[in-house]
Design a protein around this ligand. Structure first.
Ligand SMILES: Nc1ncnc2c1ncn2[C@@H]1O[C@H](COP(=O)(O)OP(=O)(O)O)[C@@H](O)[C@H]1O
Ligand SMILES: [Mg+2]
Length: 231
């Protein structure tokens, strides 16, 4: 369970990004964070990843209060979190294999273990035949799949994705969303920041709407009559 209690975030330059966010996300949920540009979606994900500290309030990830974590413990917490960044953040001078292997090297796994797990993950996202390519030799959709493989290779309990379909054409976006659905079905909590209305409608899930750093609505498909279709 992820719990936020009255969380606020003001950046160092004084820009208020989040005002007063209280939110509970049970394990295994699939949740969208949506709202217009500047609403605070990315900031919320960065707080959960401990890439930023809240200015106010408390964040609990399971039993752990992340507001007081030391950097060594932040590294430990991140072992349970996969982050798919908006701009992928792939290393362009490294191969697909090396990009996906990186989080496992950080964890100190053996070469053999790394090789097995990376290959399995690349098979999962359908890129095992491109493992020696460099990111810039791939299409946008393929790069996104590498980014997802890198986030998922550590078998995280929580997957955070920032605008994962933003730069993709419709067909690829659907493919990526189907991948997130499968990941969620294995028990991983999935939290996606997006303003892709089409995906919100096509893959209905609990949707938290932010506006100006506040939650303005929080609805699940079951609790509203707007979405009849479920998968
Ligand atoms: N690193 C930063 N430094 C200063 N202000 C920031 C930073 N990141 C975001 N902001 C500001 O915080 C607010 C929320 O931004 P963000 O979380 O990126 O929103 P969204 O992802 O919904 O577009 C915006 O006003 C933005 O300009
Ligand atoms: Mg954003």
């Amino acid at each position: 369970m992820i719990q936020l209690f009255n969380v606020g975030k003001v950046y160092q330059n004084g820009a208020p990004a989040l005002h007063d966010i209280s939110l509970k996300i049970p394990d295994g949920d699939f949740v969208y964070i949506t709202g217009s540009s500047g609403a605070g979606k990315s900031t919320l994900l960065r707080l959960l990843y401990c890439a930023e500290k809240p200015s106010r309030g408390q964040i609990l990830m399971g039993e752990r209060n992340t507001t007081r974590l030391k950097s060594r413990n932040i590294a430990l917490l991140r072992r349970d979190i996969g982050f798919v960044f908006q701009d992928f953040k792939l290393l362009n001078n490294r191969s697909v294999f090396e990009n996906v292997a990186l989080p496992l090297q950080v964890q100190g796994l053996s070469k053999q273990e790394i090789s097995t797990q990376v290959y399995q993950m690349l098979q999962y996202v359908g890129l095992e035949y491109k493992l020696q390519r460099k990111p810039l030799e791939l299409s946008g959709g393929e790069q996104q799949r590498v980014a997802i493989a890198r986030a998922m290779v550590v078998n995280p309990r929580l997957l955070l994705a920032d605008e994962p379909t933003g730069n993709l054409d419709h067909e690829l976006a659907v493919e990526i969303m189907e991948m997130f659905t499968r990941i969620n079905e294995t028990g991983t909590t999935v939290l996606i920041a997006t303003h892709d209305k089409e995906m919100l409608e096509r893959f209905p899930h609990r949707t938290v709407v932010l506006h100006g750093g506040n939650i303005v609505s929080d609805d699940s498909p079951d609790s509203t009559d707007t979405c009849e279709e479920t998968t």
